[in-house]
Design a protein. Structure first.
Ligand code: SF4
Ligand code: SF4
Ligand code: SF4
Length: 268
């Protein structure tokens, strides 16, 4: 049977929050029972945009990670509360607002932290993948419809077809190591989860364009040419030790330990 999937491209997300506002517009003050009760105007971020700055000094970048409920196939919330949370055959994980009434411990059952407590209704709430709209014939949820950059995409396909897409487009699961098998996938997730080594090559105190910089070590062997400003940037790196070479000569050993490194200017 076909399932619903959201794919989020970290490289295309600009933190405009249109998706967050669309979610709020759809759910605040609107009761979509039996799917969910109204979302409060304040405090809930069913589409939560996480933010990360990487780098040092004048060589930094920022990345944004839209994080709704991951609609996990192997969901810890379902395991912990099978009486009131379930996964539909189309992949959407829903909480029964009546059965979940007053059960605040549901908030602790999600490793992604996507539940929000509604004081007025005394119930935990989260992204429903806009199931009320999809069941009414909508082609996609409100957040996907509102994204101006195409960072959010929505697919309703057989799981086998999605597996092929995941392999072909190198999609990843956020925090795959916890093994929850989400129906939400990410493109360019390395922008949020991995690090880079950057710097610039100088010759006679001027930027050196087209110098060949090579990075080796930690199962990486990659080369690139410096740009107009003499700069280079190797991204998507794991923690470990690397060697930088310029025009065939080793110039630096660089250690990555949970953060990106700006090696500064390298004179040659
Ligand atoms: S609407 Fe699109 S670009 Fe804007 S914050 Fe959401 S995912 Fe990012
Ligand atoms: S992200 Fe959390 S709330 Fe959503 S299905 Fe997975 S475990 Fe449940
Ligand atoms: S799918 Fe619907 S409920 Fe979920 S974040 Fe998007 S707009 Fe909100």
């Amino acid at each position: 049977m076909k399932q619903h999937y959201i794919v989020l491209d970290v490289a295309l997300c600009h933190d405009c929050n249109n998706c967050f506002v669309a979610c709020k517009d759809e759910h605040a003050d609107n009761s979509w029972l039996p799917y969910t009760q109204p979302m409060p105007w304040h405090g809930h971020r069913w589409m939560n945009i996480q933010r990360l700055e990487r780098g040092e000094g004048d060589r930094v970048d920022v990345a944004f990670l839209p994080t709704p409920c991951q609609h996990c196939a192997d969901a810890p919330c379902v395991k912990a509360h099978p009486d009131c949370i379930s996964r539909r055959s189309d992949g959407i994980v829903l909480l029964d607002p009546q059965k979940a009434q007053g059960k605040k411990d549901i908030m602790d059952s999600c490793p992604y932290g996507v539940f929000y407590w509604n004081e007025e209704s005394a119930v935990a709430q989260k992204c429903t993948m806009c199931a009320h709209l999809l069941d009414d014939g909508w082609a996609m949820p409100r957040c996907v419809h509102s994204c101006p950059t195409g960072a959010l995409q929505f697919y309703t396909v057989e799981p086998e077809e999605m597996e092929k897409k995941v392999a072909k487009e190198k999609l990843s699961s956020y925090r795959a190591e916890i093994g929850t098998k989400p129906n939400v996938y990410y493109k360019n997730l390395y922008r949020f989860t991995k690090n880079f080594i950057t710097g610039a090559v100088l010759k006679d105190d001027d930027c050196l364009e087209d110098a060949v910089v090579q990075l080796t070590g930690n199962a990486v062997d990659s080369a690139q040419k410096t740009d107009y400003f003499g700069e280079f940037k190797f991204d998507g790196l794991d923690d470990g030790a690397y060697t930088l070479s310029v025009n065939g000569k080793a110039v630096k050993t660089v250690e990555i330990s949970s953060k990106s490194v700006n090696v500064g200017e390298i004179p040659v």
